[in-house]
Design a protein around this ligand. Structure first.
Ligand SMILES: *Cc1c(COP(=O)(O)O)cnc(C)c1O
Length: 407
């Protein structure tokens, strides 16, 4: 096809050649030999769970995040559940969270028998809008679960002010945001409790894994209890001390088994040694994308607040569908045919049937619903080469050119 003398490459989905021969995905882990050795060492040792590697990981994480305490747990969802339990969230409480997030950010509230309330997002940053939090506060509101969406820090100053004014507990879902800083301070040291995930698509991984960081001794003690069945070995915490002997422990609340194994802890600790390198590479790729996509008027870029020094977990392009003669689905499929496999983050949580059955009306968060229609996460992970990055840019440019000119 020729448009104004410019020959357009035929899209792979229309029978043309793809931009690249092999598929790349929106995210993937980077495990090297030192990680494998770290895990193997644990497997050869005496302790494969509840051992020294968990303690070591916790002290590394608290040092990295500048938080007083870190509690390792089995995954990010468990971290959120533990944080909600430690916050004392229960039946009759409301907890405000964002509408554009992974389901776990809201499910943790339901686990506690409380009600998630969905605040809308800021249409520029896609993060929870503090004004929308304010609008949803009632006498039942107990906490806020704010998500650093794509890795960008939420507006800590504004959310902290609201939490202080209304005596709310500030829980941060930082599954995307390890290595991000807000106002020069690392994520993990700012909210009352901060939850991390170490799933393989996240910035560093343990296969599965999670953690909660906090500066509060009170929350720390509760988190430790929730992680292990509500059982304590600390005489000071027991109800019927003096105890009967060295074997004695007490269950003083209903907790869970949310422990992390030592080999996972060793893997995450080994990955942490590379975290700054991974973060730098993510920033490099993000910069290349920003520069390239800023030149494409059909693509709207996620905006950043100046306080956030962001280690991007996800890179989202938003299609300006008014300027394109295609649907988001057609664009997504066209990129997949070029061997660029994107993903959508996320369907607004309350759109899922489970939440629909709980009576959350559609139209609840208009910004989230509108922005959801046009977004797509393109590949972003530290192991991507410069050629991979160029391929993504070339494929997006190619698909935009095709649908723009066919209008
Ligand atoms: C990944 C993720 C979680 C859950 O983490 P898991 O380790 O998979 O349980 C929670 N919240 C957000 C925003 C996430 O992206």
């Amino acid at each position: 096809m020729i448009f104004g003398g410019i020959s357009l490459e035929k899209l792979a989905i229309k029978g043309g050649y793809p931009i690249r021969g092999s598929k790349i995905y929106y995210g993937r882990q980077w495990i090297d030999e030192s990680d494998i050795e770290a895990v193997a060492d644990v497997l050869r040792s005496d302790f494969i769970t509840c051992g020294p590697k968990v303690d070591e990981f916790e002290s590394e994480l608290s040092a990295y995040t500048a938080a007083k305490y870190a509690v390792a747990v089995s995954n990010g969802t468990a971290a959120l559940h533990c944080a909600c339990m430690a916050a004392g969230i229960g039946p009759g409480d409301e907890v405000i969270t964002t509408s554009l997030t992974f389901a776990a950010s809201a499910n943790c509230v339901l686990y506690c028998g409380a009600k998630p309330i969905f605040a809308d997002i800021d249409p520029d940053t896609y993060n929870i809008d503090p004004e929308s939090i304010r609008a949803h506060i009632t006498p039942k509101t107990k906490a806020v679960v704010a998500v650093d969406f794509t890795g960008q820090a939420v507006k800590h100053k504004e959310i902290r002010a609201l939490c202080d004014e209304f005596h709310l507990i500030f829980i941060e879902d930082a599954a995307h945001a390890i290595a991000t800083k807000y106002d020069g301070k690392p994520i993990g040291s700012l909210a009352d409790m901060t939850c991390f995930s170490f799933h393989p698509v996240k910035t560093i991984t343990g296969g599965e894994g999670g953690a909660v960081t906090t500066n509060s001794e009170e929350y720390y003690k509760k988190l430790m209890l929730v992680r292990t069945h509500g059982i304590t070995h600390d005489e000071g915490e027991m109800e019927s001390a003096p105890h009967e002997g060295p074997w004695y422990y007490e269950q003083i609340m209903l907790g869970y088994n949310y422990r992390l194994t030592d080999f996972q802890a060793a893997l995450i600790t080994s990955q942490m040694k590379k975290l700054d390198k991974f973060a730098a590479r993510r920033k490099e790729i993000t910069k290349a994308y920003n520069e390239a996509f800023a030149k494409i008027p059909e693509i709207i870029l996620q905006k950043e607040i100046p306080e956030s020094d962001t280690c991007r977990h996800l890179y989202i392009i938003r299609l300006d569908l008014d300027k394109l003669a295609c649907t988001r689905r057609e664009f997504f499929d066209a990129l997949a045919a070029e061997n660029i496999q994107c993903q959508i983050h996320y369907v607004p949580v309350y759109w899922f049937p489970y939440y629909q059955h709980l009576d959350y009306p559609k139209g609840l968060c208009p910004n989230a619903e509108r922005i959801y229609q046009g977004i797509m996460s393109v590949p972003l992970y530290p192991r991507m080469s410069n050629i991979d990055t160029k391929d993504v840019i070339a494929a997006v440019t190619k698909v935009v050119a095709y649908y723009k000119n066919n209008k």
